[in-house]
Design a protein around this ligand. Structure first.
Ligand code: ZN
Length: 388
């Protein structure tokens, strides 16, 4: 399964058609939820309610039948994930009706769509009941399209195509431990440091400005509406930058490694317990590990998890233990005299733990450069290498 997100360029009529379909799907979703909640339809009969809805209100014939049908799938999948959360002990309420701001996609499955290429990157997406919409296909589509999801993001329309092709990924030869940290985004057991994506910091400033601007606008004014959109746009930009960074980083490691070892942090627990600045970072780690797991899986690369116990406190050279408060950036061992970067020490420990070898056997980091000619930051950390 590969998914592609392409920008759509609907004309005015088509844009109205997309909005109309989206709205009908939202109403259908809420209608089905209402039927379930009030017990007017049982779970296996709820599909049938759609037929009745179409008879009672003819405008529901203006949206493709598959798209409506998918709303009942969506409803059940939402119910399932709610149930799963409940099982994990999370406090959850009943499933809510969807307001307009919370309903941004609808889908075609199997039928009702067709992608046709016109020029190298220009295409036409035929959508039944809506029309032939211009689409920018910025990368070639592999496989057969199984589903098309139409998404409205801040006034722009996108089509997310899902095909049946398998991503062609290959893994590498290395066995590396990765330490996810606060000061560096990540340090691996070869000593490569990846700093936090700097472009996000840049946009964070823009975000602060936009938010200040928004706070100054009178409530209910149209200027406030505009300011709110501006804030949302910066948020979205940050989100895209972060995802791009995480995708590239995880792809690089999978490409270079046969086995990747990480700490088994109970990240889900962390995300929902901490309400501080680390919050955001934790969720980005969780996402990074998800991407890593997914990409590793499709490339035949092993993603191993080890217990995080003592990975920071242990000397990766001689194995002695010492306290390492958060502010201490360097690991200085009182027993063997090793001086190395804190996170690098942890990364070596993570690898050693997985290999089942004692810390004293830790090897010199190899001099081979893992990152080859790419834009990501690479620091040799020469000063922090183990003394021989
Ligand atoms: Zn030591």
């Amino acid at each position: 399964m590969i998914s592609y997100a392409f920008r759509l360029y609907p004309n005015r009529v088509q844009a109205l058609g997309l909005v109309h379909s989206l709205e009908l799907c939202r109403q259908a979703y809420n209608f089905l939820l209402e039927k379930l909640r009030t017990g007017k339809a049982s779970r296996n009969k709820v599909q049938h309610e759609l037929v009745k809805l179409k008879k009672a209100r003819s405008e529901f014939n203006e949206v493709h039948s598959k798209a409506l049908q998918l709303e009942s799938y969506r409803l059940f999948s939402n119910l399932r994930s709610l149930k799963a959360l409940k099982k994990k002990g999370r406090k959850v309420g009943a499933l809510r009706f969807k307001g307009k701001d919370w309903f941004k996609t609808f889908s075609y499955n199997q039928f009702g769509f067709k992608l046709e290429m016109v020029k190298s990157k220009k295409g036409i997406l035929h959508l039944s009941k809506i029309g032939n919409i211009k689409i920018k296909v910025h990368r070639p589509v592999e496989g057969r399209i199984k589903q098309v999801t139409l998404k409205n993001r801040l006034g722009k329309w996108f089509a997310i195509l899902i095909t049946d092709a398998n991503p062609k990924r290959v893994c590498g030869e290395k066995v590396l431990g990765l330490d996810l940290g606060i000061n560096n985004y990540l340090v691996d057991s070869e000593g490569n440091k990846i700093s936090h994506p700097h472009n996000i910091g840049k946009h964070a400033q823009r975000l602060a400005l936009a938010q200040r601007d928004l706070a100054r606008k009178r409530k209910g004014s149209s200027n406030r509406k505009k300011a709110r959109l501006a804030v949302a746009k910066v948020h979205e930009k940050i989100e895209r930058c972060r995802n791009d960074f995480l995708h590239k980083l995880s792809a690089k490691y999978v490409k270079g490694c046969r086995t990747i070892v990480v700490e088994d942090l109970n990240i889900i627990g962390m995300v929902h317990s901490a309400r501080n600045a680390r919050n955001i970072m934790d969720s980005s780690w969780a996402r990074f590990l998800q991407m890593l797991a997914y990409k590793a899986g499709s490339a035949g690369c092993e993603l191993a998890k080890i217990s995080p116990r003592n990975t920071t406190k242990t000397c990766s050279r001689c194995g002695s233990l010492k306290e390492m408060p958060l502010w201490q950036r360097t690991y200085k061992c009182g027993d063997c005299g090793v001086v190395m970067d804190r996170d690098y020490n942890s990364a070596v420990n993570i690898l050693n733990k997985f290999m089942g070898r004692g810390p004293a056997l830790a090897r010199e980091p190899s001099n081979t450069k893992f990152w080859q000619g790419d834009s990501m930051k690479q620091e040799a950390m020469a000063s922090q290498r183990l003394p021989s």
